[in-house]
Design a protein around this ligand. Structure first.
Ligand code: ADP
Length: 617
């Protein structure tokens, strides 16, 4: 079985998206999205609230400081009209308002004090509100001669002794705080009013420089000092008709149209208000504080933009942090799932591999058993083969025994005859003939020993391979020698065309046995033939081998027997003549020697060809 394919089947393809894992992933995603949204909103709200709270607290602190600065600016000059009202020269002037020297004295005094104290102007009104002396007596826009009887700071000071009033100067057009103090005459009645005009405009520059948005409004709600010039002389909310008429009559804020800063919807003036600045509006948290003795209100506006931006930023950070956390959690759980799936895959794989390993080792054991069995069978076969070769050899011996008998008996008979005749020639003293006979007898014994040597070699049961370079010609001659008697008796004509350089790599004895078989078969086949021709040839084939052919004129092999001649025990000879082992054993031997044997017919008879590997001669 294909191990890889079966292992692959055991491995899950991938995690499909339809199981409970998938649903829980989606649920988690929704939960994380909801948590992120809620966290973002909560952080936004909390951050905005705390940002606004901080802005409100800072505004309150700034308000306290602004009010203190304003009060200090006002109080710094509070004493000045009171002191001047007690001045004898002032009082003297009011006693003789047309006396030029007195006017000159007071003018000089006022001019000096105004310059020293940095107030806008100091001037003296008589009981009718006409200006008798002023610090700016020598300037083009001098107050001297002007009547301010309609101005509240005159009437209030006349009525109550002291007055404070913010308004735009009718002569100069410059705004300022007018502080009035009644001057008593010798009779105790009000003889006039000393007025000090304080310039508060510089405060606005300070607020602007500090980037603060500050407004000061009067009792009627009209803004008269502001960090932004566009807000000045405008009420927060629309003023009543009577109030507007009064302001205009007093010329408090010059020609201002008293256009309200806010629309009616922001009537409560608390929380966040939108103030116009040119084409745009500034949104700000408004905090206010009353300045009771002046009947003024100080407004401090803190822009909400920074708090809003900070809240958005914090919400963004929270959202991103939540998302990052969600991603980290998702990545972690995904990694965990992947590890789990990898682990289960690995386990399945290991299990499969273990199973396959067991299968393989079982198959291995089986194979080993089969190999051992085959080796045993091969050994048995080899033993049988050896036995058969030996038996074949003995059979061949049996076949040629008659010829051998004849071959050996003849020389033995010849020897006996020679011995008898030699004894007689010895008695006669014919030593020359004795010598010749002895020579012949030596030749005969040599021939006998030669035949016996071949027979011994043939009959010996050969053991393991012993290959060497064997000369085909010598082998053929040896075999022909063995069969010489039969060849001669049967009148067989032998031709041998084997070149002397034909050497093959073989076992000499076994090769002889093969050749002996082939030649004996050829002789058998030609026994009844009209002419008996045995032809041996050897030709070089493909450089690496030699082809040895044994051709006879015995009529050949019947076509129907052609495929069987190499089968063991196939014989066409009568019982006792042939065992049918010769060719099968020869075939085995030739194959053992690394060659092959084939049978064919030519026009006269059978041709057996042995091909064997060539050897160096
Ligand atoms: P056996 O010689 O004992 O019969 P072999 O195996 O040597 O056994 O030969 C098998 C048979 O092959 C012979 O019986 C014969 O029929 C046939 N055969 C062998 N050599 C020849 C040949 N040269 N010519 C014709 N037939 C042959």
């Amino acid at each position: 079985m294909n191990v890889i394919a079966s292992v692959a089947r055991a491995v899950p393809r991938k995690i499909t998206g339809t199981g409970p894992v998938f649903r829980s992933i989606w649920l988690w995603r929704w939960i994380l999205a909801a948590i992120t949204l809620v966290a973002t909103l909560v952080v936004f709200a909390f951050s905005l609230e705390s940002g606004l709270d901080l802005a409100r607290r800072q505004a309150r602190q700034r308000l306290v400081i602004t009010e203190a600065v304003l009060r200090a600016a006002v109080n710094r000059y509070e004493y000045l009209p009171t002191v001047l009202a007690l001045d004898t020269q002032v009082q003297a002037l009011l006693g003789a308002v047309d006396a030029p020297d007195r006017i000159a004295d007071v003018n000089a005094k006022f001019e000096t004090i105004a310059a020293a104290s940095s107030v806008s102007a100091i001037y003296l009104l008589d009981a009718g509100g006409l200006t008798r002396s002023a610090s700016n007596w020598n300037r083009p826009l001098s107050f001297v001669g002007a009547s301010y009887a309609y101005r509240p700071y005159f009437t209030a000071a006349k009525a109550t002794g002291i007055s404070r009033y913010f308004g735009v100067g009718t002569t100069t057009g410059q705004p300022g705080l007018f502080i009035g103090k009644a001057v008593s005459g010798p009779d105790g009645r009000v003889a006039g009013v000393v007025v000090v005009k304080v310039d508060l405009e510089a405060l606005q520059g300070e607020w602007r420089a500090a980037g603060e948005q500050v407004l000061i409004s009067d009792a009627a709600g009209v803004v008269f000092l502001a960090s932004e010039p566009a807000w000045k002389y405008r009420p927060f909310l629309p003023v009543g008709v009577a109030e507007a008429a009064r302001i205009r009559a007093e010329r408090q804020y010059g020609d201002s149209a008293l256009k309200p800063l806010l629309d009616g919807e922001q009537a409560d003036l608390a929380g966040v208000i939108d103030l116009p600045v040119g084409d745009r509006t500034v949104s700000g948290l408004v905090e206010r504080a009353a300045v009771p003795d002046l009947s003024w209100t100080v407004w401090y506006v803190t822009p909400t933009g920074p708090a809003l931006r900070q809240a958005v930023l914090a919400a963004l950070v929270a959202g991103i942090a939540c998302l990052a956390m969600a991603f980290a959690l998702a990545a972690r759980s995904q990694r965990k799932r992947r590890l789990q799936s990898e682990q289960s895959m690995r386990l399945a794989l290991e299990q499969r591999v273990a199973e396959r390993t067991e299968d393989l080792s079982a198959a291995n054991d089986r194979l080993r058993g089969e190999i051992a069995e085959r080796e045993r069978a091969t050994a048995a076969l080899r033993a049988t083969q050896d036995e058969l070769i030996h038996a074949g050899r003995l059979a061949a011996l049996g076949q040629i025994s008659t010829a051998i008998n004849h071959e050996i008996n003849q020389p033995l008979a010849a020897l006996r005859t020679f011995l008898a005749s030699t004894a007689k020639f010895l008695e006669r003293g014919d030593l020359a003939t004795v010598g010749r006979n002895l020579e012949r007898m030596t030749g005969v014994t040599q021939r006998i020993s030669e035949i016996i040597r071949h027979l011994k070699a043939f009959a010996r049961k050969t053991g393991t391979e012993h290959r060497e370079a064997v000369a085909l010609r010598a082998t053929a001659e040896a075999v022909l020698d063995l069969l010489q008697a039969r060849i001669r008796s049967e009148g067989v004509a032998v031709t041998c065309a084997i070149p002397p350089e034909a050497f093959v790599q073989a076992e000499p004895v076994r090769l002889e046995q093969v050749l002996l078989n082939l030649i004996v078969n050829a002789l058998d086949a030609m026994r009844d033939a009209p002419e008996r021709l045995l032809h041996l040839t050897a030709v070089r084939e493909a450089d690496s081998s030699w082809r040895l052919s044994v051709a006879d004129s015995g009529g050949g092999i019947a076509q129907e027997h052609m495929g069987q001649v190499f089968d063991p025990f196939f014989t066409t000879k009568t019982t006792g003549e042939g065992l049918g082992l010769g060719l099968s054993l020869s075939s085995l031997i030739v194959r053992d020697l690394g060659g092959n044997i084939a049978a064919a017919n030519d026009e006269r008879g059978a041709v057996f060809a042995i091909v064997l590997p060539a050897a160096k001669g």
